[in-house]
Structure formats: structure tokens, C-alpha cells
Design a protein around this ligand. Structure first.
Ligand SMILES: [Zn+2]
Length: 371
């Protein structure tokens, strides 16, 4: 990966841009693989005189989002709309102030609406300009075909547990044992590992979730476990959403004049408010589903460990803390049963992604796991 970027940066210096350097790139990788960090490192390499040393003013201001020639687009909302893209295009139409490149890093290119993507497409196609587009998305399929066909693609892989632990120690000052735990159970997701390592509440929630499979004995415990999972996911999503929602409504009200909502607002205000509330509701629903999905992935690591023990491999357990419990659990069932349970978890994740009713889906899953 680094090699490709180095070649591209060198090409910009020598002028052989057609071969290695293109004006539009897509960075893909699973959540936590560091897509946007890679894109920002690329941006630094383009504006820094030493190919991205990380310590000069150019590099530092790029990382801080303060470089005049580097735009870092982060989306708080659910989608990037055409107005935002048009505004962006006006801003980047100026020649780079330092005479080099103008770089746009778009962290969530998968959230471009179709019309916004089409507006962007025109800019990407424009020959001879000095703007480089670095788009980030989970997979290539999350980017419109018209856009991705004009971009060079860089696929990032999930970092190793050791690499994640080392980042937590050096960048966040996390103690070695905690860094190892967080990296191990987050399986290469740096953001999640950092969140776990630095947040006791989150660790407690994970503990509760990981105890669920151990307490599944019969139907009534299955329903209770489902209830617990739904409540945890809902509470997490609600806590995270509340503050954000309030601020968004306040900002919108101010934008439409008058501090108050409803009648006090200028015309168009109440419609905008309704749209916003609708968007917030959608977002909250999505956050609950994301929370459930993360919980199911955690539970899957339990059965994965059981599977390892049943296969006679006792090292490299993800949940080392539950080694004894997992050992006992493994003697009570057969590998075929464990595989079926893992399948059931993955199927539930798929069903949830297709908008299956969360409570029903989780209840059915817990019943399967309790068998
Ligand atoms: Zn530098």
C-alpha cells in the first residue's frame, strides 16, 4: 500500500503523472482499518516537501484539518447532499495556494447521494486541474460505478492485534495489558479498540454481553438475553444521539431566524425541522442496529473460541479472560453444534441488515443458541 502511494508521490515530482499518479483515488477497507488515516497520510505526502515527514508545518496543519490546500470532509449526517458538493467544488476551484496540489479527502464517500455523486463526477473528470480526490468507503460497491470507474483503488487490510496494541500504547498511553486486551477483542478495529481501552462503561457493557452465552439454559433465559441485548443497544444509541440531536435542532432553528421552534421560525423552517427529525430518527434506528451487530460479533467470538478449544487449539483465544468458562462449555457440546450456532449468528446479522425486526430476530437467535 505504502509502496503505491510512494510511487504516486514520486510521479508527481517527476511529472510522469499518467503512469502512477491519478487525480482520483478510492481507499477501501473494513471499519477501523484506517482508510481515512491512509488518505490523510497521502495528502500530507502530496503537500509536504519531504513526501510527508509528519513533523513539518504542512504535515501538521494537514492532519489538523487546517491546511489551506487540503480539505477534509467528515460527515455528521447520514448523507452528503448535492448542495454540499457544489459548495465544495466552488472552494476547490481555486489554484492551490502553495503551488503544488489541492487535495480533498472525503471520509464517507459511501454517503454521497446519487445527485451529489454526479456533481462530483464532473469535477473528477475535468482534465488538467491540480485537485486530487481521495475518497474513502468500506468497499468499492459503496461508491457509484460511474465514480469508481474513474478512480484508482487502494484496498486496506485489517491490521494485526499486535499492531493495534502498539498504536494504543504509543498514541494513547494505554497500559500494555489493557492495550493487548482491547486489540485482541476488537480484532483489528483500531477505533473500537481505542474506545474500549479508554472507556470503562463500554468495557462493562461488553462484559455483560460476553456472559450471555454462558447463561443460556432454556427458552426463558433466551428471551431474557434477547431483552438485555436490545436494551443495551437502545440505551447506547439513545445516549449517543440525544446530545447530537438537540444541537442539530438548535442550529437549524437559529438558521431559520428566531430561537424558538414552530411558529417563531421563518417559512420553510418547520418543514426543515420535520425533515431533520425524520433523519435523526433514521439515524437512531441505524445506530441501534449497528450496536446489535457489534454485540453479535462479540458473541460470535465466544463461539469461535469454543470452536478452537473443541478443535484442540487452546492458544490464541480471543476471550482469554473467559478461558476456564470456555473450556467447560466446549466439553458440553460438539463442534458441529458450535458451527450451527455461529451460522445462526451470522444469518441474524444479515437479516438485521435487511431491516428484520430487531427484537424478533434476536429472540429467535437466542432460542437457537440456547438449544
Ligand atoms: Zn512534512
Amino acid at each position: 500500500m505504502v509502496d503505491v502511494i510512494q510511487k504516486a508521490v514520486q510521479a508527481t515530482r517527476t511529472g510522469e503523472e499518467n503512469q502512477e499518479m491519478t487525480h482520483a483515488w478510492v481507499f477501501t477497507g473494513p471499519p477501523g482499518s484506517g482508510r481515512s488515516n491512509a488518505a490523510i497520510a497521502f495528502a500530507q505526502a502530496l503537500v509536504c516537501k519531504m513526501d510527508g515527514c509528519g513533523i513539518c508545518n504542512e504535515c501538521k496543519s494537514t492532519a489538523a484539518g487546517a491546511h489551506p490546500d487540503v480539505e477534509i470532509i467528515r460527515t455528521e449526517g447520514l448523507s452528503i447532499k448535492i448542495d454540499e458538493v457544489r459548495e465544495l467544488l466552488t472552494r476547490v476551484s481555486w489554484a492551490p495556494s502553495m503551488g503544488g496540489w489541492r487535495v480533498v479527502v472525503m471520509e464517507d464517500a459511501d454517503r454521497l447521494t446519487e445527485s451529489a455523486a454526479n456533481a462530483l463526477l464532473k469535477a473528477i473528470e475535468e482534465p488538467g486541474n491540480r485537485t486530487v480526490w481521495l475518497l474513502c468507503a468500506p468497499t468499492l460497491h459503496d461508491v457509484l460505478p460511474t465514480i469508481r470507474s474513474r478512480c484508482r483503488h487502494l484496498q486496506l487490510v485489517t491490521p494485526s492485534t499486535r499492531a493495534v496494541a502498539s498504536v494504543l500504547q504509543t498514541q494513547n498511553g494505554v497500559a500494555p495489558a489493557m492495550a493487548d486486551f482491547a486489540a485482541r477483542v476488537s480484532q483489528g478495529h483500531i477505533g473500537r479498540a481505542r474506545y474500549l481501552a479508554t472507556n470503562e462503561d463500554v468495557r462493562n457493557i461488553r462484559n455483560t454481553i460476553m456472559k450471555l452465552p454462558l447463561n443460556l439454559h432454556g427458552i426463558s433465559s433466551a428471551f431474557a438475553a434477547a431483552q438485555t441485548l436490545i436494551e443495551l443497544a437502545t440505551k447506547q444509541a439513545t445516549d449517543a444521539a440525544e446530545k447530537r440531536n438537540e444541537k442539530e435542532i438548535e442550529d437549524l432553528s437559529l438558521a431559520y431566524g428566531k430561537g424558538a421552534t414552530g411558529r417563531g421560525m421563518a417559512s420553510g423552517g418547520s418543514k426543515a425541522l420535520k425533515d431533520l427529525e425524520k433523519e435523526q430518527k433514521t439515524r437512531q434506528t441505524r445506530m441501534i442496529r449497528d450496536g446489535l451487530d457489534a454485540a453479535l460479533l462479540d458473541i460470535a467470538t465466544f463461539y469461535r473460541d469454543v470452536m478452537m478449544v473443541q478443535a484442540g487449539v487452546n492458544e490464541s483465544l480471543i476471550n482469554k479472560e473467559l478461558e476456564n468458562e470456555i473450556g467447560v462449555f466446549a466439553t458440553k457440546t460438539k463442534p458441529q453444534v458450535t458451527i450451527k450456532k455461529l451460522d445462526a449468528i451470522m444469518q441474524s446479522r444479515i437479516n438485521l441488515s435487511f431491516n428484520a425486526a430487531p427484537l424478533l430476530t434476536i429472540e429467535a437467535l437466542m432460542c437457537t443458541l440456547a438449544r
